[in-house]
Ligand binder design. Structure first.
Ligand code: ANZ
Ligand code: ZN
Length: 817
């Protein structure tokens, strides 16, 4: 095997690694090694692995393999997120069972992963569609139910007419179904929810723990999704209605500027208070709005629409009568579904007022032109006017003052509002976790007792799974009709299944003890392994999956089952693999197949190309990279390792000092680069080391010099993070038999060999050279300035403090006396 033949290397080493099984995490509680938990977002088995998988798993494996080399006890598990719609759609199409498609794809991906050489602990493999996994989704559901965190309510929900199922708000993107792109409509349905809103404040507060560990943009997306607003709840009387109505406002200081009142057109309140005279127009308008998505409704570009309801509200601070309108720009499920409109200081209110000829009253003097004339609302700070007791105050003072007044008069209070909604959990599809509830006419919602879990799926396939607006499970009458666990009377199983985001909200805990049978996970094992040190995956999960996992972790913390409140301490979002400047797609025909790339260039060259392409967060344009060049480099590296002519175990001390310095500088730098996740630069350093060793062999001290062996061994170990096959082969050719380079141990840089030769620094005073200092090329500016000012020769030409010191480290210090 003199030429570089990647397929031969793979055929040789893959079976040996499988025999060695070197990446198992130790279960031994007495294992003294420091532990590390690395997690890749688990794949969905949609077919074989694609280029995106190739990238993310190659990147994460750099970290995992580095930790193995450092001697940590590493947990690096793999599993499959194997419930979900595509399997079901494939089953309908091919008259099959979703499990067939699912498990076939899982096997395909598993085979590809093994070839790809990722350092997984295969013994912990899990599939969320296995009953031994989803059993615990149900068990957890029961615990949430007991705590009042799982509940059913009726209401308007997002409905995908194509997939025939409800969608969480999070799964609606710009008014369309995230999965199939169909226009989402609103439907009135009774559904299961998780009460994530109870955790809104903690989901925000605990983000302090993630500062510096998570990408800033993901932090922002999480914060925006939670959407905390501070302000006040204000009570308005509606003439002729007994109960006052709440509004939420972030600007209670503008209360004296409220000139009308708006109720969401689809809120129950609008229907209740509209007068008979105005009802026909109201109902017609409501029917129009029902066709719009929230995004469209809230768009500031859209022309404002609305109808007068024939009623008046009373401003609680000045007793003023203001007309009540219904409009679509107020949403029924935010705040209280009604607002006080302050057109002078809120643009949407102003647009509405101008459209319908409603008055505009300025109450904050900001120095800007009159909004009633310009059509531009002013939202900045200023001096309060036309506002009774608030006149003369600034915004912040006015907010505090009005809240105080409202609280004293019991007409309102300070309030916080969140944009976050409860998590809509139930789906009307088959291939998911059955919700473990039995509906009894006498006892109501009765959880399936823990000792009767798991509730498995009835055996349905093909046409029986076709969407019909109710869950396919409803047609399995034998399965549906059961005895009530409480009263033994006739009852029915809940026929909905859980959102698959439930599965991925705690899988990382299951990996700590995948065979556990007494609960979702072994609390002791999670105490040992958790939280996850490094999570790696796509930014498309920046909101949902991460938010849900964080929520689950907090609930489990409250249950005393985990000892931490945040599951993922660090997060790395890799970029995408694109081609020719565009995302790969069937329609563009610019797809690149991972399997083909591996066939053509070998696993290592593909992995190296992924890692070398740029910073891990950046997109990789496959049109701009060269797996062929990667392959050439690997061939060069292997040749260097093959040509070493000294024996293993030789002392490096007598080796060529120049090459030794290069080797130790490389070790030092690569260590820092890996720690700071600048993997591409680390690869560049390994390329330089390879060239230095090549030169030493060809035109330096020669292949038998111990320094060449030292360089080649360091290269093999460091290269094993990126190109495991080449490194393994090189390690063997270096004379190391048995074992694997993956566990050879990370090389240590010898500080004595890191000292660079000194450079001469010229010190000038008033433009004349007064001294020359021998300094390290890495010297800092402050240190160099201090050295220069301490020089006797320099001091002789200075009286007192110099006026200026200009430092150009390491070569020049210029002192202006
Ligand atoms: C009066 C006011 C005056 C407002 C002003 C703003 C500026 P965020 O930051 O999103 O929480 N609002 C309240 N409930 C609403 C609903 N269901 N649909 C649409 N808009 C609603 O915004 C809160 C502000 O959005 C509230 O403060 C309210 O308008 C509006 F100069 O009240 B404000
Ligand atoms: Zn009953």
């Amino acid at each position: 095997m003199s030429e570089y033949d990647p397929q031969a290397l793979q055929a040789k080493w893959q079976p040996r690694w499988e025999e060695m099984d070197p990446f198992r995490a130790s279960e031994d509680a007495a294992d003294p090694r420091e532990r590390r938990y690395l997690l890749d977002m688990f794949p969905y088995p949609s077919g074989d692995l694609h280029m995106g998988h190739g990238e993310v798993f190659a990147l994460a494996d750099v970290i995992a393999r580095y930790w193995f080399q450092r001697g940590y006890n590493v947990l690096h598990p793999i599993g499959w997120d194997s419930f979900g719609l595509p399997a079901e759609n494939a089953a309908i199409k091919h008259d099959a069972h979703p499990a067939e498609w699912t498990y076939r794809n899982i096997e395909t991906q598993a085979t590809s992963f093994r070839r790809y050489g990722i350092s997984f602990d295969w013994s912990r493999r899990l599939h969320t569609s296995d009953a031994e996994y989803f059993h615990w989704n149900q068990w957890l559901f029961n615990r949430f139910f007991e705590r009042g965190l799982a509940y059913r309510k009726g209401g308007l929900v997002n409905w995908c007419p194509k997939d025939q199922t409800v969608l969480a708000n999070e799964q609606v993107v710009a008014g369309k179904c995230e999965r199939c792109g169909a226009d989402v409509i609103r439907r009135e349905l009774t559904q299961w929810y998780f009460k994530i809103t109870d955790y809104a404040q903690r989901l925000l507060d605990d983000m302090d723990q993630l500062e510096g560990g998570w990408p800033e943009r993901v932090m922002t997306m999480q914060r925006n999704w939670i959407g905390r607003s501070e302000g006040a709840d204000v009570l308005f009387e509606i003439e002729g209605r007994d109960e006052p109505v709440h509004v939420f406002t972030t600007r209670p200081d503008t209360l004296f500027g409220a000139t009308f009142f708006v109720v969401a057109v689809d809120a129950a309140l609008a229907d209740e208070i509209v007068t008979d005279e105005h009802r026909p127009a109201f109902e017609a308008y409501r029917a129009e709005v029902a066709k719009l998505s929230d995004i469209e409704r809230l768009s500031t570009e859209k022309e404002k629409t609305g109808v007068f309801l024939g009623r008046y509200a009373i401003n609680p601070v000045n007793g003023e009568r203001i007309p009540v309108w219904a409009a679509d720009y107020v949403l029924s499920d935010y705040g209280h579904g009604a607002i006080m409109a302050v057109p002078a200081h809120d643009q949407r209110d102003l647009d509405f007022a101008r459209k319908f000829g409603l008055p505009v009253r300025v109450v904050v003097h900001t120095g800007m032109a009159d909004p009633g004339e310009t059509g531009v609302a002013t939202s900045g700070d200023g001096e309060m006017v036309n506002s009774g007791p608030l006149d003369g105050l600034r915004k912040a003072e006015a907010i505090a003052k009005i809240i105080e007044v409202l609280e004293v008069e019991r007409k309102g209070r300070g309030a916080v509002n969140f944009r976050l909604r409860d998590w809509l959990l139930s789906r009307q599809r088959y291939w998911g976790t059955p919700i473990p509830i039995i509906h009894c006419p006498d006892c109501g919602e009765v959880p399936v007792p823990d000792d009767q879990l798991p509730v498995t799926l009835p055996d349905l396939r093909g046409e029986a799974l076709a969407p019909k607006g109710v869950s396919p499970l409803a047609s399995a009458t034998d399965w549906v009709n059961v005895e009530c666990p409480k009263c033994a009377g006739p009852a029915r199983r809940d026929t909905d299944t859980m959102d698959t985001f439930v599965d991925s909200s705690w899988y990382f805990l299951r990996y700590c003890s995948p065979g556990h049978t007494d609960g979702p996970f072994d609390v002791e094992q999670v105490r040992k392994w958790g939280p996850i040190d490094q999570y790696v995956g796509g930014v498309e999960h920046a909101v949902l999956h991460l938010l849900y996992s964080r929520f689950f972790t907090k609930v489990l913390y409250d249950m005393g089952m985990v000892g931490f409140t945040e599951p993922f301490l660090r997060l790395l979002n890799q970029g995408q693999v694109i081609n020719g400047g565009k995302a790969m797609s069937k329609s563009l025909g610019n797809g690149v197949d991972l399997g083909r790339q591996i066939d053509d260039f070998g696993v290592d060259a593909v992995r190296l190309t992924m890692v070398f392409a740029g910073p891990p967060e950046d997109d990789i344009d496959w049109a701009d990279v060269s797996p062929a060049a990667s392959q050439k480099f690997l061939a060069r590296a292997l040749r260097v390792m093959s040509e070493v002519a000294s024996e293993p175990g030789v002392s490096f001390d007598g080796g060529d000092v120049e090459l030794r310095k290069v080797t130790h500088h490389t070790i030092d730098e690569v260590t820092k680069l890996i720690e700071s996740q600048r993997f591409n630069v680390a690869v560049a350093r390994l390329m330089e080391l390879t060239s230095a060793a090549r030169k030493a062999i060809d035109s330096g001290p020669g292949a038998a010099d111990p320094a060449v062996r030292e360089a080649a061994e360091a290269l093999a170990v460091m290269l094993s993070l990126v190109a495991p096959y080449t490194a393994e082969e090189g390690w063997e050719r270096l004379g190391h038999v048995g074992g694997t380079v993956a566990k050879a141990g990370w090389p240590a840089a010898d500080p004595a060999l890191l000292v660079r030769d000194l450079v001469t620094c010229v010190v000038q005073v008033a433009g004349k050279v007064r001294d020359r200092l021998e300094v390290s090329p890495e010297i800092g500016e402050d240190e160099l300035q201090a050295l220069a000012l301490a020089s006797e020769k320099v001091r002789a030409h200075l009286q007192g403090e110099p006026r200026r010191v200009i430092v150009r480290a390491p070569k020049l210090v210029n002192i202006v006396p």
